[in-house]
Design a protein around this ligand. Structure first.
Ligand SMILES: *Cc1c(COP(=O)(O)O)cnc(C)c1O
Length: 375
């Protein structure tokens, strides 16, 4: 292309300047690509990098997917059958529940509903990246109030920032991804006194033993609770999550959501999961046992410092060596994928998802070997 024609194209194709200025998209390798790079079959990879459920969907969900005969028909825009089952599962009237293509979709939808150009949104890193990622796309500006060294919220700093910025939304995650710490009900109470909407992301609540705050939503006008089937129910690949919203918020979300946002396969698998909870709950207990074992055994590795977690993963600080190098060696030499973050707050950390006992055996053996091979 000549300089002239390029200038002409730029004039015709007017990408939003803020998006045009973003760093180019660099896809993370698919499992197949990754397996090829590592010279291993996909089946030999141990994927502990995205908090997915290694046991997969429940038998009932698998059966529902195999029997699915409505893929040529659009789904129910209101997802009524799913919401009725969710109402029993979370103990909240279905009128307060909205399903989405993953909790991720609901995060974007909430931002779309509240944020006008320039409005402030508070996030508390290190935490789930999508809050800060989606905010500028909704023309908002993110105010980041870092968590303390133990990953607890800096409540006074959040309060000061909220009042100073007039932020409309505060995203908090409990148990928090990536460290697994819980936010106490007293802290949530204090945040709810602020003149903003608190979005409480409970993606991992099923692993926590703590009580969800979902039931409180109908009585609290500024509390939203987000949940998902991705982690505890093993449906990450189908994309189905939900939120519990106060009446005055959900009425407006209905107006802006895409009509067919939850596809028929996701809907069928989610419903079947809720109708057959026992096997999924058994898998949740297995994963909690795996997390507890990880916490215990990682504590015996002197160059790792594991943080206490209430989710299905454990965050470790890597002492005296490069976390990125540990991640690379686990992948290249052992086919074990763990999460490393290239962010200032977490550069020396890796996050390990709870896997099956065999996967944890392999991980621990690999970490011990890596420990021995380097002074
Ligand atoms: C995985 C995750 C989600 C995303 O859930 P989906 O339903 O898969 O979109 C949301 N929040 C947190 C904190 C997560 O870790």
């Amino acid at each position: 292309m000549t300089g002239d024609s390029r200038a002409q194209t730029a004039q015709q194709v007017r990408i939003r300047p803020d998006i045009a200025a973003l760093a180019p998209y660099s896809p993370t390798a698919s499992l197949e690509v990754f397996a090829a790079q590592l010279g291993r079959p996909v089946s030999a990879l141990i994927k502990l990098d995205a908090n997915e459920n290694p046991y997969g969907p429940s038998p009932a969900a698998r059966a529902a997917l195999a029997a699915l005969d409505t893929t040529h028909i659009y789904p129910d825009p209101e997802a009524r059958a799913l919401r009725a089952l969710l109402s029993d599962y979370v103990g909240v009237d279905a009128a307060h529940i909205l399903a989405g293509a993953g909790a991720d979709e609901l995060i974007a939808l909430i931002l779309q509903l509240f944020v006008a150009p320039g409005d402030a949104v508070i996030s508390t890193p290190p935490t789930f990246a999508m809050y800060a990622f989606d905010t500028p796309l909704a023309h908002g500006r993110v105010i980041e109030i870092p968590r303390r060294d133990d990953f607890s919220l800096d409540v006074p700093a959040i309060e000061a920032a909220a009042l100073e910025s007039g932020a409309k939304l505060l995203f908090v995650c409990s148990p928090n991804n990536p460290d697994g710490s819980l936010i106490s009900p007293e802290t949530v109470e204090r945040l709810l006194a602020l003149p903003l909407v608190v979005v409480l992301d409970e993606a991992y609540i099923e692993f926590s033993g703590a009580e969800s705050l979902a039931r409180r939503v109908p009585d609290i006008p500024n509390l939203i609770v987000l949940r998902t089937f991705s982690k505890w129910a093993g449906l990450a690949g189908l994309r189905v999550g939900y939120g519990i919203f106060p009446a005055q918020i959900i009425a407006h979300l209905w107006k802006i959501k895409q009509p067919y946002n939850v596809n028929v396969a996701a809907d069928a698998a989610a419903r079947a999961s809720l109708m057959d909870l026992a096997p999924l709950q058994a898998n949740v207990r297995r994963l909690i046992t795996a997390r507890e074992r990880l916490e215990r055994e990682l504590a015996a590795i002197p160059w790792l410092r594991a943080y206490p977690s209430r989710a299905n993963f454990v965050l470790c600080r890597v002492l005296g060596r490069q976390a990125a190098e540990v991640r690379r060696r686990l992948a290249q030499e052992y086919g074990i994928l763990v999460r490393h973050y290239n962010t200032p707050l977490l550069r020396d950390c890796i996050r390990i998802s709870a896997g099956t006992p065999e996967q944890i055996d392999a991980l621990l053996a690999a970490l011990r070997e890596i420990g021995e091979s380097h002074a």
